[in-house]
Design a protein around this ligand. Structure first.
Ligand SMILES: [Zn+2]
Length: 213
């Protein structure tokens, strides 16, 4: 009988601890946007493995990896336009790019099209997380780089790129963006625009993908 009691105690304790941890994680993540999967041990390449950090990673990662609007994350339920200066994704864009996009948006609106900013400026941290996620999604860093650039090379991090939507806005930009100097940079990303031409001039040919940058 005593053997049974001692066997039960740790089980109950672990259950209580697990419940508390689950509750505290739930409470924290519900107030913000977790972007990366909660835990991917061993995915950081090149870093010196820290045994304690590895051990705590499943518990800490939801806190460490939380992004906010300050990283360029677009707030949920927000339809962002080039004039929304209260949001860092727009406010931290290169002023000339933003001005061109504002003018394009005005012209598109006259055609009944709303140009929505689906992604703008991003912090280094945000870009790195996107690249890590893409590496998981596409299976290799090489394939991921076709879609997501490194923080060092990304024009989103330098504030010189903007992603637009929805589809009718992409089509409008494809046809008329160059009037404002706004050009599609990568052939595989019809949403990604940069200020790479003089207004009204012909856009330079799009690169195959971000890996060719
Ligand atoms: Zn982009």
């Amino acid at each position: 009988m005593p053997a049974q009691r001692t066997a039960k105690r740790p089980t109950l304790t672990m259950l209580v601890v697990a419940t508390l941890v689950a509750l505290s994680l739930g409470a924290c993540t519900s107030s913000s946007v977790p972007v990366a999967p909660a835990s991917q041990p061993g995915t950081s390449k090149g870093d010196e493995p820290d045994p304690l950090k590895e051990l705590l990673r499943p518990l800490l990662s939801p806190f460490e990896e939380r992004l906010s609007a300050k990283d360029g994350l677009i707030p949920e339920n927000r339809t962002l336009t080039a004039s929304d200066m209260d949001v860092p994704a727009v406010a931290n864009l290169d002023p000339e790019l933003r001005k061109a996009l504002q003018e394009a948006s005005k012209a598109a609106a006259a055609d009944g099209i709303q140009i929505v900013v689906t992604s703008g400026w991003r912090s280094t941290r945000y870009q790195k997380m996107l690249l890590d996620q893409a590496t998981g999604t596409y299976g290799s860093p090489e394939e991921a780089r076709r879609w997501v650039n490194t923080p060092e090379k990304s024009t989103h991090v330098s504030g010189k790129a903007v992603d637009v939507g929805p589809v009718d806005a992409m089509v409008w930009m494809s046809n008329l963006g160059q009037q404002f100097g706004l050009c599609q940079t990568y052939a595989n990303e019809p949403w990604h625009y940069e200020l790479t031409a003089q207004p009204g001039a012909v856009c330079p040919p799009a690169l195959t993908d971000a890996a060719n940058n």
